[in-house]
Design a protein around this ligand. Structure first.
Ligand SMILES: [Zn+2]
Ligand SMILES: [Zn+2]
Length: 665
């Protein structure tokens, strides 16, 4: 512990949420107490193939879990609560204090993950103060944001009070009437705030953020003018927006059909808890809404981010079982794309327009406002809290820098401001702010199961597959080190001008080289009849050799998977092809051409596609060679080895897999 020799200090360690939007996770630490504030998730960026969810690396919390006294949740957005159910499987959080709506949403996630018994959930009301450990007391200050029931925090510690804004904007006419408790912020400002940690999402945008209510008349205009059905997409978690859309449906005499799991879940929770008021008969099941006149229907659905499996994206591809686009439809995007989703959003819009619908989207329409304050909101926060020190959080690097300039423009000296990264440690005493020794931080990637961790090696392999494809190679090698059949090479997603036969020839050469130069090291005669062979080592050597050659000759780096089919000792050697002259003879089908030469002809004339169909080896099958399987009876009898044992592996292509999960959702 680095801080014990020094003056006792408050350590604040963000493990996520900096230099990015997402996975906000912050550790507060004093003495022996650790308090967590929020634990969110992020969504994968380009290149994270097959990754569903991004979590912060929580090694630091796992190592120090005995000191975790509790957790505070500011509001129910995924980037603040999405990680909690997962973390509860890995370390202990004795109690979680948070707003009613956020905890209701968290309950659903915890039930799904089967971790309901791992912690205690404590609901808080505005101005409630909770004690966490010996050293922290936290007051929940009502704020305004795109999500209902959201809080800023006043955290009182032995070194002073820290204001942690959570996500906020100043909305003086909030949809639910719950105004920002500015008096409370001012109270703390008056008493003296040691440090402010403030939301930087919109620090580049000048002015005040318009109130959420301002979208109401614009949405109303589009809905009332629509001649046919109205289809609206927004974030399910934008409770205020959804509430307004329901209100507008009622006002315009339209029944509402809901599509998308999260839309159904969130609305059910929010109505149950009274955050949304809408009569039961406003809603009509999607199967029955088709019977109503188009002018009396409104479909509210997920898909505002162009997520491939969400309702609107499927509708745009004509893949939705219940809803097809009509030319009289008005489709409204009441959300702006999160950076990184822009391309899929515009593609969805294009597809919908091509189907003939009227699509309303974009900034100029007044149908969306942000839930995060602009520069003037951020100034108001600084003015009310009057902090001595300032740390901009919740934003990408340039947003943090911009926010720090705003703070400086209001008189906070540059030396009192820290711009930090995930894992950095802010050390605060009553009269100092410093960066301590950083802790381990990074990312943990989860696949669709949310259990499988996608590590760097897997990600690199997937990237390689995406960039350059895969080459699989089947080599038949006898236990006494001779190549017993020509290698079978097949390509998937590899673009190359090279003749497939040239690739087979290169493969042969690499095998020959390995057998001549590495066999001694890789096989050991243990006195038994057959020598012990390190088949994995043989595979690896062949893979490395072919990889080098391809890089050199073709400037491509496909993933190379070599499988070795061991043959018994004494199998006659396949002599290989020294000649590289083209052979245009039609190939006999299959490997029953007879003898070695037959095999050779098959190999020569066969197009790689044929080989691919019969063999779909995957990575785990590389183990075939590790424990030499009993040689096939035919091979043992000295029969032709031209057709090595088939490797039957049903293909699960990306598309099939996507369809499956689509069907499951
Ligand atoms: Zn939020
Ligand atoms: Zn957030």
């Amino acid at each position: 512990m680095t801080n014990q020799a020094k003056q006792p200090c408050l350590r604040v360690i963000p493990l996520g949420g900096l230099h990015e939007i997402g996975k906000n996770t912050c550790v507060f630490e004093y003495g022996d107490d650790i308090m967590l504030v929020d634990a969110g998730l992020a969504f994968p960026s380009d290149g994270m193939h097959g990754v569903n969810v991004v979590m912060p690396d929580t090694s630091y919390l796992k190592e120090n879990q005995k000191r975790i006294r509790g957790m505070i949740v500011t509001h129910g957005h995924e980037d603040h609560i999405g990680g909690i159910a997962h973390h509860l499987k890995n370390f202990n959080i004795p109690v979680i204090h948070g707003p009613r709506l956020a905890l209701a949403m968290l309950t659903g996630k915890m039930e799904e993950a089967g971790v309901m018994d791992r912690t205690i959930l404590q609901t808080v009301a505005p101005r409630d103060v909770v004690k966490v450990g010996q050293h922290f007391s936290v007051e929940f200050i009502r704020n305004t944001h795109s999500m209902a029931d959201s809080f800023s925090l006043a955290i009182t510690t032995p070194v002073g009070t820290v204001i942690f804004t959570g996500d906020f904007k100043f909305d003086h006419t909030p949809v639910d009437g719950e105004t920002f408790d500015m008096a409370r912020l001012a109270h703390y400002g008056e008493q003296g705030v040691l440090c402010l940690f403030s939301d930087s999402t919109n620090s580049e945008v000048p002015g005040f953020c318009p109130p959420e209510r301002s979208v109401f008349p614009c949405l109303d205009r589009h809905i009332s003018q629509a001649e046919g059905r109205v289809i609206i997409t927004t974030f399910a978690s934008s409770i205020h927006r959804v509430a307004m859309i329901l209100e507008l449906a009622l006002k315009n005499g339209r029944k509402v059909g809901l599509l998308g799991r999260s839309m159904l879940n969130v609305i059910a929770k929010a109505r149950e808890l009274g955050y949304m008021r809408a009569p039961d008969d406003l809603f009509v099941p999607i199967k029955q809404i088709r019977d109503l006149p188009d002018r009396e229907t409104l479909l509210l659905m997920t898909g505002s981010q162009g997520e491939p499996l969400a309702a609107l994206s499927r509708i745009s591809r004509g893949e939705h079982p219940q809803v097809q686009v009509k030319t009289t439809d008005t489709i409204i995007f009441s959300a702006s794309p999160i950076p990184g989703n822009t391309i899929s959003v515009v593609n969805t819009i294009d597809r919908l327009m091509m189907l003939g619908a009227k699509v309303v989207y974009g900034k100029g329409e007044g149908i969306h406002v942000s839930g995060h304050g602009f520069q003037e909101d951020q100034k108001l926060m600084l003015a009310l809290t009057k902090p001595k020190y300032f740390v901009p959080v919740h934003g990408e690097h340039r947003m943090l820098v911009c926010h720090s300039k705003t703070a400086q423009s209001m008189g906070i000296p540059a030396e009192n401001i820290l711009i930090i990264d995930n894992g950095d440690v802010v050390e605060l005493t009553p009269d100092s702010i410093n960066k301590g020794e950083p802790v381990k931080a990074g990312i943990e990637l989860l696949d669709a199961s949310r259990n499988g961790i996608v590590d760097a090696r897997v990600l690199k392999e997937r990237q390689q597959l995406a960039d350059d494809g895969v080459i699989t190679m089947l080599a038949v090698i006898s236990t006494d080190g001779v190549m017993a059949a020509p290698p079978r090479v097949n390509l998937r997603g590899v673009v190359t001008a090279a003749d497939p036969r040239k690739l087979s020839l290169w493969a042969e050469r690499e095998i020959t080289w390995v057998l001549e130069n590495r066999w001694q090291q890789l096989s050991r005669n243990s006195g038994g009849k057959a020598p012990d062979v390190d088949w994995m080592g043989v595979q690896r050597e062949i893979e490395i050799g072919l990889q080098r050659r391809l890089r050199r000759e073709l400037q491509v780096e496909p993933l190379i998977i070599c499988l070795v089919q061991p043959a018994p000792g004494g199998t006659p050697a396949y002599k290989g092809r020294a000649d590289a002259e083209p052979d245009t003879r039609p190939a006999p089908r299959g490997g029953r051409g007879g003898g070695r030469d037959g095999g050779r002809d098959v190999q020569r004339g066969e197009r790689p596609e044929r080989v691919e169909r019969s063999q779909q080896p995957r990575r785990e099958l590389a183990a075939v060679g590790a424990a030499p399987a009993p040689a096939p009876a035919a091979a043992a009898a000295g029969a032709p080895l031209a057709t090595p044992a088939r490797v039957e592996e049903p293909e699960i292509s990306g598309r099939t897999r996507r369809r499956r999960s689509a069907a499951a959702s």
